[in-house]
Design a protein around this ligand. Structure first.
Ligand SMILES: [Zn+2]
Length: 132
């Protein structure tokens, strides 16, 4: 029974929980999420665990959110360039719109994302918060 727990299954998603990307053996470019073919043409990769640290490239405030996130609006989202190179989008937490600055350091944190209905599973995921 425990082997089929949604939480245990979720923890096996190495790209999400462990924040694993792939690094090309040939050109060293890091990809997140994983790709099957590098921009250099290689298909040879090794697992690369990402630091979760990066800098803010751009951001905006979401005032009118999709239904599953509507109760959290307004909230902040942005694009973060990770230290290893990949650029990923995500919610930015524990900061106000006035405090955000392009280029500021951010780090990845786990936070509640949404619930599957009133009594359903609670989904967690990566968000970003400033490093002060
Ligand atoms: Zn490559």
């Amino acid at each position: 029974m425990y082997r089929t727990s949604p939480i245990i299954r979720w923890r096996r998603y190495e790209d999400r929980y462990l924040f694993n990307g792939l690094q090309c053996i040939k050109c060293k470019k890091v990809h997140y999420p994983a790709k099957k073919l590098c921009v250099c043409g290689s298909k040879d990769f090794k697992t690369k665990t990402l630091s979760g640290k990066g800098k803010l490239l751009t951001f905006t405030e979401v005032k009118y959110a999709p239904a599953q996130h509507a109760s959290k609006a307004p909230y902040l989202i942005g694009i973060v360039e990770l230290e290893e190179g990949p650029r990923i989008g995500g919610q930015i937490v524990d900061v106000s719109l006035d405090e955000l600055k392009i280029g500021m350091p951010l780090e990845r944190v786990f936070r509640r994302m949404y619930e599957s209905g009133r009594e359903g599973a609670i989904h967690y995921g990566a968000k970003f918060m400033p490093v002060f």
